[in-house]
Design a protein around this ligand. Structure first.
Ligand code: NAP
Length: 263
């Protein structure tokens, strides 16, 4: 699908990766609708990119409906907003559990549900879901995030098959650890030697490729990380034992501590 001249709705535009995606889509000539909660970040970004800014809380179902109504016809959805959902389940209130599932999984599904009928009428459109390698392999201290990101993969894969004949593309992007900006960088956790990172701009480039070439799935991580994720998805018990030996419990609890205020 051609991005230039298309209307693209991007959630989580105020975040580290969202800002890079917004800039990449603007550079390709998209008419952008940017969303987030922090208007002090959203509004300057929108005026820099000549975009529309719609401040919404995606944990609020009525606000998701309002967003759909105010956005109007959309050619491209990039469902990027998410909460880190890190930490042990028993440390969450049930309201916090709901918020992770609502923002990370329900809102992307509800937005797709609202947009697909008009896209089907026009026989054109593209949906991009930003998952994570945590949507392919589970790690300690990440049960809620894993649930939401595995769920997103299942949803997007099935939807891609259902929409194949309608002229609507579906792409899922799976970033690994992203440096410089975003929820991992904000947690300021030091990774063991040899565990590589990628940049927000690489995630943004994957979004562009996904739309332009209608790719089903794109991983954004160095090769060793992609291979170890594939192994962990095939043999989670063995991979878990190995990961514990190189300190995965410690790293994931540091990550949860660093992301505590984003619940
Ligand atoms: N960073 C990484 O290493 C990494 C790795 C794998 C996957 N990912 C995925 O990449 C995507 C972007 O993450 P990021 O690193 O850019 O995270 P981030 O910097 O924490 O940004 C999260 C974004 O989600 C928005 N958001 C959170 N709760 C919201 C709510 N209730 N209503 C509306 N918007 C809400 C935030 O907007 P406000 O703050 O303005 O509310 C912000 O724009 C996520 O799907 C994440 O799971 C990230």
């Amino acid at each position: 699908m051609q991005i230039s001249g298309s209307t693209a709705l991007l959630t989580g535009a105020t975040g580290g990766i969202g800002q890079a995606i917004a800039r990449a889509l603007a550079a390709r000539g998209a008419d952008l609708i940017l969303t987030g909660r922090r208007t002090d970040v959203l509004e300057p970004l929108a005026s820099e990119l000549s975009a529309r800014a719609l401040a919404v809380d995606l944990a609020d179902r009525a606000e998701v409906s309002r967003l759909l109504g105010e956005a109007g016809d959309v050619d491209i959805l990039v469902a990027n907003a998410a909460l880190p959902g890190s930490g042990r389940l028993e440390d969450y209130s049930v309201q916090e559990v709901d918020r992770v599932l609502d923002v990370n999984l329900r809102a992307p599904i509800a937005l797709a549900h609202g947009l697909v009928p008009r896209m089907t009428e026009r026989r054109s459109g593209h949906l991009v879901f930003i998952s994570s390698l945590s949507g392919k392999a589970a790690t300690p201290n990440t049960a809620l995030y894993n649930a939401s990101k595995f769920g997103m993969r299942g949803f997007a894969t099935a939807l891609r098959a259902d929409l194949r004949a309608s002229g609507i593309g579906v792409t899922t992007v799976f970033p690994g650890f992203i440096r410089d900006a975003g929820m991992f960088a904000d947690a300021a956790v030091k990774l063991p030697p040899g565990v590589g990172t990628s940049t927000p701009e690489e995630v943004a480039a994957a979004v562009v490729t996904g739309i332009e070439r209608n790719k089903g799935e794109i991983d954004v991580a160095p090769l060793p990380m992609r291979v170890s994720t594939m192994f962990a998805s095939l043999a989670p018990e063995t991979a878990g034992r190995f990961a514990r030996r190189i300190g995965s419990d410690d790293i994931s609890s540091q990550m949860a501590a660093g992301q505590r205020e984003k619940r």
